[in-house]
Design a protein around this ligand. Structure first.
Ligand code: NCD
Ligand code: ZN
Length: 346
């Protein structure tokens, strides 16, 4: 029986760090075990220019514990006014690693996102030319489309047409939640990658809705039926390099989660690696954990994997806090509803 596993230090290819007091509280949670992360730009107001990205990166670096080697990989929030030249300059300077597309209204702080995809055509063409990846929140926002169908419909109506119209554009399907997402990504060739969150490997929609409403399991894209969760688990653990970890750890204070109209997001930064090791062990795929957390992502982003390593050991159930305190109030840590036996050796 395996009771210890050493992997290259992981990266998180989709992370929300927020700003101010929240940033100072959550950044150390990720920096403890991860070397790099793609930082989501959905602040209020959003990170839309190279100058915003530089200033936000400096605030993140200032929030890290002393001696932390964590590198934030910055993104720009794509709007219908994004200047292709500013974007290209920020990319050439190494200031940004990717650009994020939110359909307007799809999720938290997405009001400045894209409504008319024709308007961003010149930017997408520039990105294809310079090799800057586009990270896509893949959900349509039409009120007549059922929320559980929004990812599958997006693939057909928006994603596939964009990719066909923009050859060479490198795309990450972010936080996929459906078997349709798995299927489309796995057939998309080397210019298409997909991230999978920790929590979507663990929960299905019953966890949110059965036996009382559970706001801490509500995130976007919303968790789907069990058959979709199983498809995600197969995709994450079968060794296909298309799929890599993007936790989408998205902290909101409990006060903002537990409202008549509560915020979407699961906060998993604190216990993500323990959960993933448990999931991969359950799938008989511990030997593929490193690919998912530490190799497939750098491979897609054309970066070298981290030099360092992280060792996980198996033992008595791990004790982790049920919430972390922030200057804005407590944030509940994702409860995977199972004992976790894998701890990161400090
Ligand atoms: C994210 C957030 O809170 O910023 N929420 C979420 O449920 N994942 C936004 C997002 O990634 O959709
Ligand atoms: Zn997110």
């Amino acid at each position: 029986m395996t009771d210890s596993i050493t992997i290259r230090t992981p990266d998180d290819w989709h992370l929300h760090l927020r700003d101010g007091a929240m940033l100072r509280a959550v950044a150390p949670e990720t920096a403890r075990h991860f070397a790099r992360a793609i930082i989501m730009p959905n602040l209020v107001p959003p990170v839309v220019t190279g100058a915003h990205a530089a200033a936000y990166r400096d605030r993140i670096l200032a929030a890290l514990p002393e001696g932390s080697g964590f590198t934030p990989l910055m993104t720009l929030y794509l709007t219908e006014d994004t200047d292709p030249e500013d974007l290209a300059r920020a990319h050439a300077d190494g200031l940004i690693t990717a650009v994020k597309l939110y359909p307007a209204g799809a999720t938290t702080n997405s009001a400045s996102g894209v409504t008319n995809f024709d308007k961003v055509r010149p930017v997408l063409e520039k990105m294809a030319e310079i090799g800057c990846p586009l990270c896509i929140h893949g959900e349509v926002v039409d009120s007549d489309i059922d929320i559980f169908d929004r990812e599958a419909v997006f693939i057909e109506r928006v994603l596939d047409p964009i990719r066909r119209a923009t050859p060479g554009l490198r795309v990450v399907m972010e936080h996929i939640t459906t078997m349709q997402g798995v299927e489309y990504a796995s057939e998309g060739g080397p210019d298409l990658g997909a991230t999978i969150t920790t929590h979507h490997l663990v929960i299905n929609r019953n966890h949110i809705l059965a036996g009382g409403i559970k706001p801490h399991y509500y995130c976007l894209p919303v968790a789907k039926r069990e058959e979709h969760r199983l498809a995600l688990r197969r995709a994450a653990t079968n060794g296909d390099p298309t799929f890599f970890l993007g936790t989408d750890s998205a902290p909101h204070t409990d006060a903002n989660k537990l409202l008549p109209c509560g915020c979407a997001g699961c906060f998993t930064a604190t216990n993500t690696l323990s959960i993933l090791a448990e999931v991969f062990e359950q799938e008989g795929a511990l030997d593929r954990l490193e690919g998912f957390t530490s190799l497939n992502g750098p491979n897609f982003y054309r970066l070298t994997p981290n030099d360092g390593t992280v060792t996980l050991t198996k033992g008595e159930p791990v004790i982790y806090p049920d919430h972390i305190d922030t200057g804005d109030g407590p944030v509940t840590v994702f409860d995977p509803l199972m004992p976790l036996h894998w701890r990161v050796a400090e």
